[in-house]
Design a binder for this molecule. Structure first.
Ligand code: GLN
Length: 257
């Protein structure tokens, strides 16, 4: 009897697996691949003049969707919301220069890494308070973007290598954090290197400290346990890395200068 029940259970599992097999039913909307993002993170994702989306993540996601025979749909929202959307099954993938860390790995699954992220410190070139990484622990006020690893590291306790929550401001976007720095409301901003480069280019008087704050991996997030989607995303991604397509997209947006 026990054996029969086990066999029946196995049969039910096989049938239900078959029911959600194939690309049909694999994504939240038939024929589409929904990517949640925060399109304020140049050059990974940004809004174009005509209201469309562009950037490294947007283009790589487009190539992945193409390989899967799906049409990419970009859903723009706040950074934290973009991570939540994939956890709640409202989007299929989240791509937003997302750093892989243990806490996030507990709540969502990640693809293989497709880029290296570096956290850097932006200062006003003539800042009396911050001229080196060591100066960050002298009680200065640090600007960050809410929900990002920059915020997580800096707001951590001193014992854990951070500076304590009271020394960190969390702004809605990186751009707002930069405004706060320019206005003298914070002494520096800890943020990912690529957007940092763009902010410094656009705002004379800002500078990036030579010493890197942290080195991380960017990856694509999917809903925890959605191994079928994750496998397909990883398969497409590895092909796109192997044939140089990912590098081509990166080179289009990041010019060595
Ligand atoms: N890489 C950082 C993180 O994952 C910031 C990403 C972002 O602001 N879009 O927390």
């Amino acid at each position: 009897m026990k054996k029969f029940v086990t066999m029946l259970l196995v049969l039910v599992m096989v049938l239900s697996l078959a029911a959600c097999g194939g690309s049909d039913g694999l994504t939240v909307e038939k024929g589409k691949l929904h990517m949640s993002t925060n399109a304020e993170f140049p050059p990974y994702e940004m809004v174009t003049n005509d209201g469309g989306f562009e950037g490294i993540d947007v283009e790589v996601a487009g190539l992945i969707a193409e390989k899967m025979g799906l049409e990419l749909v970009v859903d723009d929202m706040g950074f934290t919301a973009a991570l939540e959307a994939v956890q709640n099954g409202k989007s299929d993938i989240a791509m937003a220069g997302i750093t892989v860390n243990e806490e996030r790995k507990a709540n969502m699954d990640f693809s293989d890494s497709y880029a290296t992220g570096i956290q850097v410190v932006i200062i006003k070139a003539d800042s009396p308070a911050v001229q080196s990484l060591d100066d960050l622990s002298t009680g200065v006020l640090i600007g960050t973007q809410e929900g990002t690893t920059g915020y997580i590291y800096c707001s951590d306790s001193v014992e854990n290598g951070g500076y304590g929550e009271e020394h960190v401001m969390a702004y809605e976007t990186g751009a707002v954090a930069i405004q706060a720095l320019l206005a003298g409301k914070v002494d520096c901003v800890v943020i990912d290197n690529q957007p940092a480069q763009e902010y410094v280019k656009a705002n004379p008087g800002l500078e990036i400290l030579d010493t890197e704050f942290a080195v991380e991996d960017y990856a694509i997030a999917v809903k925890k346990g959605n191994s079928q989607l994750l496998d397909e995303v990883n398969k497409a991604l590895s092909e796109l890395i192997a044939d140089g397509s990912v590098q081509k997209v990166v080179d289009k947006y990041i010019t060595a200068d």
